[in-house]
Ligand binder design. Structure first.
Ligand SMILES: *Cc1c(COP(=O)(O)O)cnc(C)c1O
Length: 319
């Protein structure tokens, strides 16, 4: 069976496990875990922010970012198929008391005009942009469009959070450092358990003041850990060994879908299609209504994607 449902299916490599075993650790809640501290320092620098915070999941990083930068009763504005609105179980309303304004965007992008015309957006509110944008098929935000959207949010007095769960995919695909997007945002989330192939872990980067407030959120949400250096070591290993190789995932996704920008191939859905593909030995995932995804990741080979493409042809589902 070729399993292309999600890049969360990566497993830690032997070398990553060795790095985890060798990690120097301390109590993270006392801020004394040297490996966590090193990861936070490196991530802040990489993303062009003052400080960073290590948390178990990117969902938690997003939710902490919302809570640390908004006031209850204010508005969150995001593209309608953004992770924070669709896959985080109502978190913006439950954890931060935010009203949701979801807007339809091309390729997951909001225009400055859309943000400017949001009547309730203002101080205490937040705009969330996603790069790469999952539900549009892992699309990359062009830098100039991203900056224009950020400026529009700031002109309204709102904060801008970048859900960069797959920002390193965007960075490798565009040939730009991740800070090129991240430094314009007030806060940014990175996920280590997708293409970076760690078993878990995420980081929130922002100003020193926001990260101090985020520490409170980490305790509130139960994300304060202890000898978390064992997992931070996996993330440090991934920064050194698993970033450039994302280009291989992107090239493999393109063998299935020539329009793939990163590691998602988009497949038009049809009734019973997922089951028929499964019968032929291929597992694909749900992308959005009407679309499926085949996602490449560490451990998926050229031969796997060629066979996946052959199965898709056989079942007559390629464009
Ligand atoms: C997966 C994902 C998240 C959440 O990551 P977890 O670590 O699974 O909580 C957030 N945003 C986007 C865009 C994602 O794809």
């Amino acid at each position: 069976m070729i399993d292309l449902r999600s890049d969360t299916l990566t497993k830690p490599t032997r070398e990553m496990l060795a790095a985890m075993t060798a990690a120097e650790v301390g109590d993270e809640q006392y801020r004394e875990d040297p490996t966590v501290n090193e990861l936070q320092r490196r991530m802040a620098e990489l993303l062009g922010h003052e400080a960073a915070l290590f948390v178990p999941t990117a969902t938690m990083a997003n939710q902490i970012a919302l809570r640390a930068q908004t006031r209850p009763g204010s508005t969150i504005v995001a593209e309608e198929r953004t992770h924070v609105l669709v896959y985080e179980a109502g978190g913006p309303a439950i954890h931060s008391g935010l009203m949701t304004r979801s807007l339809r965007g091309e390729q997951g992008r909001l225009t400055p005009e859309q943000i400017e015309s949001e009547p309730d957006l203002g101080p205490g509110g937040i705009v969330v942009l996603e790069n790469t944008h999952r539900s549009s098929g892992g699309r990359v935000w062009p830098l100039d469009e991203f900056r224009a959207a950020v400026d529009a949010a700031h002109e309204r007095g709102a904060t801008l959070h970048l859900d960069g769960a797959r920002l390193f995919n965007a960075s490798v695909a565009a040939g730009l450092p991740p800070s090129e997007w991240a430094r314009h945002a007030d806060s940014v989330t990175i996920c280590f358990s997708k293409g970076l192939a760690c078993p878990l872990g995420a980081v929130l980067a922002s100003s020193a003041g926001v990260i101090e407030r985020a520490w409170k959120g980490k305790f509130l949400f139960g994300g304060a850990m202890r000898q978390a250096g064992v997992i931070a070591a996996a993330a440090l290993y991934a920064l050194d060994h698993h970033i450039e190789r994302l280009a291989e995932d992107h090239a493999r996704a393109q063998r299935i879908d020539p329009e793939a920008e990163t590691n998602f191939a988009v497949i038009e859905d049809a009734p019973g299609l997922q089951d028929r593909l499964r019968e032929h030995g291929l597992l694909v995932g749900h992308l959005r209504p009407g679309r499926l995804r085949a996602v490449t990741y560490l451990g998926v080979s050229d031969a796997d994607v060629d066979q996946a493409a052959a199965i898709l042809d056989e079942v007559h589902v390629r464009a």
